[in-house]
Design a protein around this ligand. Structure first.
Ligand SMILES: [Mn+2]
Length: 397
């Protein structure tokens, strides 16, 4: 017997208490296999029955669906590729790549982020043990491919991104964006705001960097998205929560804007000292105060640089992966999330796909928390989605 007070053996006598592992074993038992059976049937129909020597008759001749993990065409988690984006509203979740890195001011390469994330996402099964979620059984997902960005032109790319995000958002499908550098944060939120009417969105921003200056190197680079997003009346600065900020790469002109607009910042030390529950409560309270929905912008560099070498501005001293994932989950479970972007994955600087894998984990965990909190699948289009209109701007004094 262990003397550790919290130790509960998964299958031992635990006096009525249960460990996470024990609950996980029970949760799995409640999940259906309908989606898996449909995938097998489709595989056998489209991919032909296997050669006679294959004993497992669920295996087709041509790989269709999840298996083998190294085979097939890499959409995100091998979700169906939706060529006709007019049909996107038929799915619970739409994955879209934003291959844009013209906003980078140091390492480029995030134009390959969507490809890198899709490739390593093939490693994952749709099932998570601890949460007892099987995405294949519980939601429908499509991959709409990438927005057509214009290399070397941020503003034209921003216009494309806003239009694409607005289309997905308005369809009722839950948008999940694969970045792309963080300059895309402004056009994505602008796309959301075009369909908010007089409703408001809070932004929860995981990052080591504030990203709040007006321009950088004379343009709206990846250091600038929240200055421009919080210029829109639908995205108030008082509802911008910035988690994990700190270190030697936080430009002072951005800090000045955070102070003037009274954004809500927690450093890594704040988060670890107050604890994940209190940090999540702080983020939830600030982001939801007077708003109707919350946009999650997850810069992969909020995690310590040792875990995510493939990124634009790596900064040591960030969150541990389990802290970042834990905080993200605690937040998603309690706020009405209207979409998620994961940015700053730069595969050319990555090692063994570890940064792309972290991004995949962030996305899959997010979907599972949305399922566990009843936000997915959606039974109806959220009430905060309105007909298209240009967002009004705030006149800052
Ligand atoms: Mn960053």
């Amino acid at each position: 017997m262990s003397e550790h007070p919290s130790f509960m053996p998964p299958n031992g006598n635990n006096n009525g208490h249960s460990s996470e592992a024990e609950r996980a074993l029970e949760l799995e038992n409640r999940l259906p296999l309908t989606g898996w059976q449909q995938e097998v049937n489709k595989g056998l129909e489209y991919g032909l029955e296997a050669a006679d020597s294959i004993i497992d008759r669920t295996i087709p001749t041509f790989s269709r669906g999840e298996l083998p993990h190294y085979a097939g065409i890499n959409t995100f988690m091998k979700a169906p590729y939706l060529e006709d984006v007019r049909q996107v509203g038929n799915y619970d979740v739409a994955i879209v790549g934003i291959p844009h890195d013209s906003g980078t001011t140091y390492r480029p390469g995030t134009r390959f982020g969507p490809q890198g994330i899709r490739r390593i996402s093939a490693l994952y099964t749709p099932y998570n043990f601890e949460m007892g979620v099987d995405l294949r059984e519980q939601i429908t997902m499509c991959d709409v491919g990438d927005v057509f960005t214009i290399p070397g032109n941020n503003e034209k790319s921003f216009d494309q991104i806003s239009k694409g995000v607005a289309h997905i958002f308005n369809s009722g499908a839950f948008p999940i964006l694969l970045g792309g550098d963080h300059s895309i944060g402004f056009p994505t939120v602008r796309g959301i705001c075009r369909h908010l009417g007089d409703k408001k969105v809070g932004i929860i921003h995981f990052d080591r960097h504030v990203d709040t200056q007006e321009t950088d190197l004379d343009e709206r680079m990846h250091t600038c998205p929240w200055f421009h997003a919080t210029n829109m009346k639908n995205a108030p600065a008082k509802n911008l929560v910035q988690l994990g900020i700190g270190g030697w790469q936080v430009p002072r002109q951005g800090v000045k804007v955070c102070r003037e607009r009274a954004t809500n910042i927690l450093t890594v030390t704040d988060i670890t000292e107050m604890g994940l529950d209190a940090a999540a409560d702080y983020a939830i309270e600030r982001a939801t105060d007077g708003t109707d929905c919350v946009w999650i912008s997850f810069d992969i560099d909020c995690i310590d640089a040792g875990f995510v070498p493939g990124t634009g501005w790596p900064e040591p001293g960030g969150l541990l992966p389990r802290e970042a994932l834990g905080l993200l989950g605690k937040i998603i479970r309690k706020v009405p999330v209207c979409g998620i972007e994961v940015v700053e994955v730069s595969p050319p600087y990555d090692v063994s796909d570890m940064t792309s894998l972290m991004a995949t984990r962030v996305i899959c965990d997010s979907m599972a928390h949305l399922v566990k909190s009843g936000q997915l699948p959606r039974t109806r289009k959220p009430a905060y989605i309105h007909p298209e209109a240009q967002p009004e701007l705030i006149a800052w004094t």
